[in-house]
Structures are given as structure tokens and as C-alpha cells.
Design a protein around this ligand. Structure first.
Ligand code: C5P
Length: 289
């Protein structure tokens, strides 16, 4: 049993939390909005490819990252989440934060958004702020379209810009592979290349229903735009399909690809890149991932 004293000792030492990646089991783009974003409907799923973030109280703010090329400045979503939390709560105690990166960047896996959500959750715990979960979800929407999803239990149907989340019961466990070429893709560039009129008019609620019955077929409306931005990525997909994977799906806006269908078969990368064996990830209501 954790007594009040134990928990305050733990908090003085800080907390380390996993910050998971996600995939979009389906991503339907419904149209362009007056604010420049796209209206979407997506079934999102957390996966066990995780960064780790350590948070502790300090005497001065010290933010660091395992990757020297990732600046821990005002442009970083961790720092943006700290600034937003401080602005909303007026709790400005100095913090030490270390981000250990494992999720590749410009991959469409939501790494930065996940880091932001994990930071909101951690500060609420560490500073005993008692902000309600619903309020944290609202704040998450101010930080980015995908951030709120990471405050779900791991499976959610996301609409609006992506920030309106409806929890979905856990789906059957699945093992698959994520491959990430060394080149990345820019999310705004992929959205700009999207030809809305050429998209198949699939009904997202039918797709959701199919996944809930265990009959879902993954799809991503951003694929054609991503192949247009990077014909090299399309070649990766073709070469992976030739290796016998049943489905090779673009993750978010790319450039990573999810390979489904032959979990025991290790994909051969067509060119240099990274390879991760992954599984779906869920969390319990009163604990983190
Ligand atoms: O909200 P977030 O900062 O994650 O979005 C990054 C970019 O992705 C936006 O600037 C926009 O170009 C594109 N986007 C979009 N519609 C969405 C989500 C993202 O056009 N629903």
C-alpha cells in the first residue's frame, strides 16, 4: 500500500512515464475546414513503441533530451505542454525533465503529441494539481490535433481535427512491424498534396463498426498524397508487399509504414531505416501506459 508519506517521497524523486506511439487503423479525411485544418475520422490505437520521460521537481528548469538534434526549446511539444500547464494552473515550480527518445520523428507515429500528453498527465500528478481528466483533454486539443488521443486508454475514435475522442473498447491483441525509412515526411506537405475529390467515399462509422466486430480492414486517405510527396516511399511499400505482408499501411502522414500479416517474418528493409516489432498497447483507467 502506498501511504501519503511514501507517495511524497516518490514524487520528490520524480516520476518516469512511458510515452507511446500510435497508429491510425483507419484515417478518413472528410473535407477542408474554414480554419485550414481537415475534418477527419480516425480509429487510433496506441502501440508499445515508447519514449520515456522523467519528471522531477528542481530548483531551476532543466529540460534535456537523449537526441542532441531535438531542441528542448519553446518549439518542443514537451516545453509547450509545460508552458500551457503553468499558464492554466499558475503552478510554476521549476522542473527537471529528461526525454529519452525512441519513437522516430516525421514518422506519422504521433511521438511529439504523445510527449505533450504525457507531460500534461505527469505535471498534474507531480504538482498535485487535481485537474480533471476532461479538462486535461481540452488543454491537449490546444497543443495539437493528436494530443488528446494519448489521454485515452489506448483505443479511440477521433473526429474533428482529431481532438474529439470517443473511447473504444480494447481491440484483440495484434503483433506487427513498423518500418521507418531514414527520410521523413512533413505533415503539412502531405495534407497540401491531398486531392479531396479523388478519395473513396467510405463511411467511417461503418469502418469503426467493422473493427469493433474484428473484421476491420485498415486504410489511410493520406496514402496517395504521401506517395506523391515521396515516390521512394511507394517503392518501399511495393517491396514490402512483395515479401508477403498482407497489408502495408502508411502510418498517419508518414513516413513510417505498418506491415501486417506475417508477424514471424522479419521485414527486409529496401534501404537504410529502422525496424520495430510492435503490439497494441492499453492502459488501465487509474494508471498510465
Ligand atoms: O495539429 P497539428 O499541429 O498536429 O497539425 C499539424 C499539421 O497537420 C497542421 O498544420 C495541418 O497542416 C495538418 N493537419 C490538418 N488537419 C488535421 C490535422 C493536421 O490539415 N485535422
Amino acid at each position: 500500500m502506498t501511504t501519503l508519506k511514501d507517495s511524497s517521497i516518490e514524487k520528490a524523486q520524480g516520476i518516469s512515464l512511458r510515452s507511446p506511439a500510435k497508429i491510425n487503423l483507419f484515417l478518413r479525411i472528410l473535407g477542408k475546414r474554414p480554419d485550414g485544418y481537415h475534418e477527419l475520422a480516425s480509429l487510433m490505437q496506441a502501440i508499445d513503441l515508447c519514449d520515456t520521460i522523467h519528471f522531477s521537481l528542481s530548483t531551476t528548469d532543466q529540460f534535456s533530451c537523449s537526441e542532441a538534434s531535438l531542441p528542448m526549446d519553446a518549439s518542443n511539444l514537451v516545453c509547450k505542454a509545460v508552458a500551457l500547464f503553468r499558464q492554466k494552473t499558475a503552478l510554476t515550480h521549476p522542473l527537471q525533465i529528461h526525454l529519452h527518445k525512441k519513437i522516430p520523428r516525421e514518422a506519422g507515429l504521433g511521438g511529439g503529441s504523445s510527449n505533450a500528453a504525457t507531460t500534461l498527465y505527469a505535471l498534474n500528478q507531480l504538482l498535485n494539481a487535481s485537474v480533471s481528466h476532461e479538462e486535461l483533454i481540452k488543454w491537449a486539443g490546444e497543443l495539437g490535433s493528436d494530443v488528446a488521443f494519448f489521454l485515452s486508454h489506448g483505443t479511440a475514435y477521433c473526429t474533428g481535427r482529431g481532438e474529439c475522442i470517443r473511447p473504444i473498447a480494447p481491440l484483440p491483441a495484434q503483433s506487427f512491424w513498423i518500418v521507418k525509412p531514414t527520410f521523413g515526411l512533413s505533415t503539412p506537405a502531405v495534407y497540401r498534396a491531398l486531392l479531396l475529390d479523388s478519395l473513396e467515399q467510405r463511411q467511417p462509422l461503418y469502418a469503426l463498426d467493422a473493427f469493433m466486430k474484428g473484421e476491420g480492414v485498415p486504410f489511410n486517405d493520406l496514402e496517395e498524397a504521401a506517395w506523391y510527396c515521396s515516390p521512394q516511399l511507394l517503392r518501399w511499400r511495393e517491396l514490402l508487399l512483395l515479401q508477403g505482408f498482407k497489408r502495408v499501411l502508411l502510418c498517419g502522414s508518414g513516413s513510417s509504414l505498418a506491415c501486417f500479416g506475417s508477424p514471424r517474418k522479419v521485414p527486409k528493409l529496401p534501404e537504410p531505416g529502422e525496424l520495430f516489432p510492435v503490439r497494441f498497447l492499453q492502459r488501465h483507467a487509474y494508471s498510465w501506459f
